[in-house]
Ligand binder design. Structure first.
Ligand code: MN
Length: 399
């Protein structure tokens, strides 16, 4: 607890300059007052920002805030190219889901696009090392070696401080590895990694996209209504029958997690996460909601997914009820699963996990023990999805 409080205090102090520069009655940017969520892995985000000069804001989580650099030409995936990165004030973690427009005349006025996001770690860190401690040391020393695991940028990078001064200058350089390329990623990808919108589309939107606010209430509703209208059956998740053992044959096995069971109603514009008691919990899980809306946008397809939001703050996908223009509840599980895999193929969504299907009961038991699953769901691969019903098509073995 003490460490958590110290971290929160450290984050508040670090954000003073960020807050001084902004008038939160005029901009929809986050104030940074929200609590810093705890999670296992450090996150990074890159925002393309058309302010007075176009640049890419490169942000790394460290000490409960986002250390930030403005990179005028954007990161280069070519190791032969060194990119100037000017260190700017720390930003709040809540900024990581910000995409939209900052009013003209305000600090940083212009359009902001979420260009990439993911997790990162220290190249030097061993399995039992305190990654943040290593990174803090490297940051102070002005020489960071990090590996990005983003949707667009991957592999090892160096950040090297060349001018300490009051406005420190750094160089951002791609290390030589299998993720190095000759072409420019900033040219290859010119739309939002979350909503697939261009800068023009973001600028032209009549609403400021802000997944931290509103996603839970007003804006998320249309998604639910639109999808639910097309599939009125899809109101309640299917239920499993508890068993003491699962058959050796004829079932496919999925991990079962404790948490909040939700149906996610996603369109390209918004995603509503509706819990079993009808509560809209999108506002509490804005990252998942915006990730799924982004997926719907990239796949050019609305969908309804059944899943559990577990303690790791991820949505663990269970099943698919609706995809594109049609309900798929009548289809066999095998076909629904194939549609799910198509939807997620080559599209990683932060905060969403589509786990592997197992067939061997012993393997599943071993994995369940190793990874502390709440149970194993044994599914009849030929059965349809029965919304709101408890059937023997789904058997649940609690651990
Ligand atoms: Mn900026």
């Amino acid at each position: 607890m003490a460490a958590k409080k110290a971290r929160a205090k450290q984050a508040r102090t670090a954000l003073k300059e960020y807050q001084r520069k902004r008038d939160f009655t005029k901009t929809a940017e986050p104030s940074g007052d929200a609590a810093v969520p705890s999670h296992d892995r450090l996150v990074f985000v890159i925002q393309k920002h058309a302010a007075s000069h176009l640049h890419y804001d490169f942000r790394l989580e460290l000490g409960g805030v986002m250390k930030s650099w403005a990179v005028p030409k954007g990161p280069s995936v070519n190791p032969a190219v060194k990119r100037l990165a000017m260190e700017v004030e720390d930003h709040p973690m809540g900024y990581n889901t910000f995409e939209g427009t900052i009013p003209q005349g305000e600090y940083g006025g212009g359009t902001v696009m979420l260009w990439d996001r993911g997790t990162y770690t220290a190249d030097e860190a061993g399995p039992s090392d305190d990654v943040e401690k290593i990174l803090r040391g490297e940051y102070r020393a002005g020489r960071m070696k990090i590996t990005l695991d983003g949707e667009r940028l991957r592999g090892s990078w160096a950040l090297v401080r060349t001018d300490p001064g009051p406005k420190p200058k750094w160089l951002l350089i791609k290390h030589r590895d299998e993720h190095a390329r000759r072409h420019e990623a900033t040219t290859e990808f010119d739309t939002s990694v979350v909503t697939d919108r261009t800068m023009e589309e973001i600028a032209g939107g009549d609403r400021v996209w802000h997944s931290n606010r509103g996603a839970g209430s007003g804006r998320a509703r249309p998604a639910r209504t639109a999808a639910a209208k097309t599939s009125s059956q899809a109101a309640k998740p299917m239920r499993a029958t508890s068993v003491r053992s699962i058959p050796d044959e004829g079932r496919v096995l999925l991990p079962w997690h404790d948490g909040v069971r939700v149906l996610a109603y996603a369109t390209a514009d918004a995603c509503a996460l509706i819990a079993q008691d009808g509560r809209d919990v999108s506002g509490d899980h804005s990252d998942i909601a915006s990730g799924l809306a982004g997926l719907a946008s990239r796949a050019k397809k609305s969908f309804i997914i059944d899943g559990v939001i577990a303690d790791d703050d991820r949505l663990h996908v269970i099943d698919l009820l609706f995809a594109g223009d049609e309900p798929v509840v009548e289809q066999a599980w095998t076909d629904r699963r194939a549609a799910l895999e198509t939807l997620f193929r080559r599209r990683r969504v932060a905060g969403v996990a589509l786990e592997e299907v197992l067939e061997d009961v012993d393997d599943a038991g071993q994995l369940a023990a190793d990874h502390e699953w709440a149970g194993i769901l044994a599914v009849d691969p030929d059965a349809p999805y029965s919304p709101g019903k408890r059937t023997r098509a789904w058997l649940l073995l609690g651990m």
